[in-house]
Design a protein around this ligand. Structure first.
Ligand SMILES: Nc1ncnc2c1ncn2[C@@H]1O[C@H](COP(=O)(O)OP(=O)(O)OP(=O)(O)O)[C@@H](O)[C@H]1O
Ligand SMILES: Cc1cn([C@H]2C[C@H](O)[C@@H](COP(=O)(O)O)O2)c(=O)[nH]c1=O
Length: 204
């Protein structure tokens, strides 16, 4: 039995977490056994690494390695077992975020990321990635009204412009898997786009 692996991506504040629950409800209404997870995090070990990476000062390579260390534990102990059990796993961020943040934002070499991704994920890959795309200034305004910034969210608009550009490059490389959602509208407008993608992909 093989389940469904769907990831949610975008710069901080783009609105992806807002829509995950509605996607979960949509799949549950179809009878799917839905499981939610997130990165960084998703296991006790990876949640500990998340707390470090979002709060403690560190260099870019350390940040990258901690992201992939947590991902390995998450893939082995949560994602693969969920898919083997036939579940629909909805994950708030996955490897595209490393390419966007550590590759685009921090400027780390893409061949290093490719090697780590191959090694850590092996054949575990989302079948669909919803990329919530929003200009950096608009995302910053949404974040400012929502919560205190963590270490990564404290980066400037140029950083988030690079992250956004890296997501666009990933989407251009994998157009079947990564679907762009224009996240600049109201919650209802964005939600309607998300549901349209799900209906188009999964309604027979
Ligand atoms: N379409 C929207 N219009 C206006 N505000 C929105 C919209 N979508 C989400 N928000 C608000 O913006 C803030 C950030 O949304 P959310 O937490 O869903 O973003 P996110 O992409 O998951 O961010 P992060 O990755 O940093 O957790 C929240 O306060 C949320 O209520
Ligand atoms: C998986 C992953 C995440 N990040 C960054 C992106 C965000 O700034 C934080 C996670 O916070 P969220 O509120 O849960 O979205 O981590 C990253 O830089 N690299 C990654 O691989």
């Amino acid at each position: 039995m093989t389940g469904r692996f769907i990831s949610f991506e975008g710069i901080d504040g783009a609105g992806k977490s807002t829509h995950i629950q509605a996607v979960a409800d949509w799949f549950r209404a179809r009878g799917d056994d839905v499981q939610l997870s997130r990165e960084p995090g998703g296991t006790p070990l990876a949640e500990s690494l998340r707390s470090l990476v979002l709060n403690e000062p560190m260099g870019s390579l350390t940040e990258l390695l901690l992201m992939f260390a947590g991902r390995r534990d998450h893939v082995e102990t949560v994602i693969r077992p969920a898919l083997a059990a036939g579940r629909t796993l909805l994950c708030d961020r996955f490897t595209d975020a490393s390419f966007a943040y550590q590759g685009g934002g921090r400027g780390l070499p893409l061949p290093v990321l490719e090697t780590l991704a191959d090694w850590v994920q092996e054949d575990t890959e989302p079948e669909l990635t919803l990329w919530f795309d929003l200009p950096s200034a608009q995302a910053a305004a949404r974040r400012a009204g929502a919560r205190e910034a963590d270490r990564i969210e404290q980066q400037d608009l140029d950083f988030f412009d690079r992250v956004r550009g890296a997501y666009a490059a990933r989407a251009a490389q994998a157009p079947q898997r990564i679907v762009r959602i224009d996240a600049s509208g109201s919650v209802d407008e964005v939600g309607a786009q998300v549901l349209a993608v799900l209906r188009q992909r999964y309604s027979s």
